[in-house]
Ligand binder design. Structure first.
Ligand code: LRH
Ligand code: MN
Length: 430
């Protein structure tokens, strides 16, 4: 194991200062929960087993079409991104995997990259293909779509790229391929809405055929952007029908920001699970469009309700129920490491709160049409401050009780600003 980026002494020193208060808070919460028959240590063990992957592309500053404002010391390649992801894992102890994106994270030796990550205490989650941008020297443009393009050679190029991502993923030890395509139209009539999907399905089936036995293909739907009139895989309905058409290894990935405002996303989770097609999540938050804001920063209650459905799903498993939990955010105004530390905490909090729901009371109230008591069963759990449980699990795993304090005191970003070359001004997501 390479020496981790943050000094273990600093973490131990700060934890020593916070340990007594944490024990006090933990004991008090333990007494409170035991009054309702909940064993706090059992919840802590569940939290200790929880994890969420971080996106390699989230380690750098993100931007919009208008501008991107880099920060000094932000990563400029996958090696520096891995170092930053290792900081998040070292302090939080809930983010042991990185979800890479190709060709953004392309290197010449993926076995070496796998070892480099392992030495930093990191593994790999789903690999993401990219047929929404043209690369220098690319034979066929994706301006008119990729997997659904009119041009057969363009579709084949997109298929080949996805198969290349599977091959890279196999070398990294990943078993999931996330396929999001921006394919769609900006004008009525621009493309035939039926034939576009047919072309997508024909091309996607070639990617599906290349999947190793233990792999999954995660279809990511999105309502709009970059297309603003129609999108080929625009909603969970199109996604589940495509996944059913492709086969059992095709599942649906729910990016929380890919829906119209106020859509009931927790119900989409319940539906996808009901039909055995819930493959994973891209956690983030939004107020308007695909804002890619920090998870739970706008609507933490929705995130809690999503995890509430995931607990119900675990109690009623369908074949292959093993959702991938991944963050997918764009950090336009914060230090990306701080945002992912904060987001990992919020996601884990919602997971923990969902474990606290008195399922027997909830189900009894539902069966009795006792609306208020059913709602209160969820609200009681949501109102519990689970921070002591998360901090204790984190400390016991070698992490920091106060992750942001430890990160700032480490002056990691300042050190990287000295070491790393400056990132130029620009625009766009990465
Ligand atoms: C599309 C998306 C997709 C990624 C990209 C970075 O909006 O959510 O998951 O490929 O962001
Ligand atoms: Mn996404």
């Amino acid at each position: 194991m390479t020496e981790l980026p943050i000094s273990a002494d600093l973490i131990a020193e700060r934890n020593a200062l916070h340990a007594e208060a944490l024990e006090e808070d933990y004991a008090a919460l333990g007494r409170k929960l035991s009054r309702t028959g909940i064993d706090i240590d059992a919840i802590k063990d569940r939290v200790a087993g929880f994890s969420v992957a971080v996106p390699s592309w989230g380690a750098g500053r993100g931007g919009t079409r208008f501008a991107k404002f880099p920060i000094a010391g932000e990563p400029t390649n996958i090696h520096e991104k891995l170092e930053d992801c290792a900081v998040i894992q070292q302090l939080s102890r809930v983010t042991p995997r990185v979800s890479p994106h190709f060709p953004w994270d392309k290197v010449s030796d993926f076995t070496a990259l796998r070892e480099e990550a392992a030495a930093l205490g990191l593994g790999w989650d789903a690999v993401n293909s990219n047929t929404f941008q043209d690369q220098v020297g690319q034979a066929h443009t994706y301006a008119n779509g990729s997997l659904s393009a009119q041009d057969a050679a363009t579709r084949q190029q997109a298929v080949d790229h996805n198969i290349e991502c599977i091959e890279i993923g196999r070398q990294l030890g990943s078993t999931d391929l996330t396929v999001w395509v921006g394919d769609g139209t900006n004008f009525p009539g621009q493309q035939d809405l039926g034939r576009s999907l047919d072309r997508y399905l024909e091309a996607a089936s070639k990617i599906y055929a290349a999947l190793p036995d233990d792999w999954r293909m995660l279809l990511e739907h999105k309502m709009f952007e970059p297309a603003f009139y129609s999108t080929v895989i625009s909603d969970w309905g199109s996604s589940i029908l495509a996944a059913q058409e492709l086969g059992p290894k095709a599942k649906c990935l729910v990016d929380l920001g890919h829906h119209a405002p106020n859509v009931n996303i927790e119900q989409i989770v319940a539906r996808l699970h009901r039909f055995g097609k819930l493959g994973g999540f891209h956690f983030n938050d939004s107020k308007y469009g695909d804002d890619d804001l920090d998870s739970g920063s706008i609507n933490p209650h929705q995130l809690f309700l999503v995890f509430n459905e995931l607990v119900e799903a675990e109690l009623n498993p369908r074949d292959g129920f093993n959702p991938s939990y991944m963050i997918d955010q764009s950090h336009n105004v914060t230090d990306p490491i701080e945002s992912m530390l904060s987001s990992a905490e919020t996601i884990t909090q919602c997971f923990a709160k969902a474990q606290l729901v008195d399922r027997a009371a909830l189900h009894a109230a539902q069966e009795a049409n006792d609306t208020m008591m059913a709602f209160q069963a969820l609200r009681r759990a949501y109102n519990v401050d689970v921070a002591p449980i998360l901090a204790k699990a984190r400390m016991e795993a070698g992490g920091a009780i106060d992750v942001l304090e430890a990160y700032r005191l480490s002056q990691y970003r300042g050190r990287k600003a000295q070491e790393r070359k400056a990132v130029g001004l620009g625009a766009g997501i990465v």
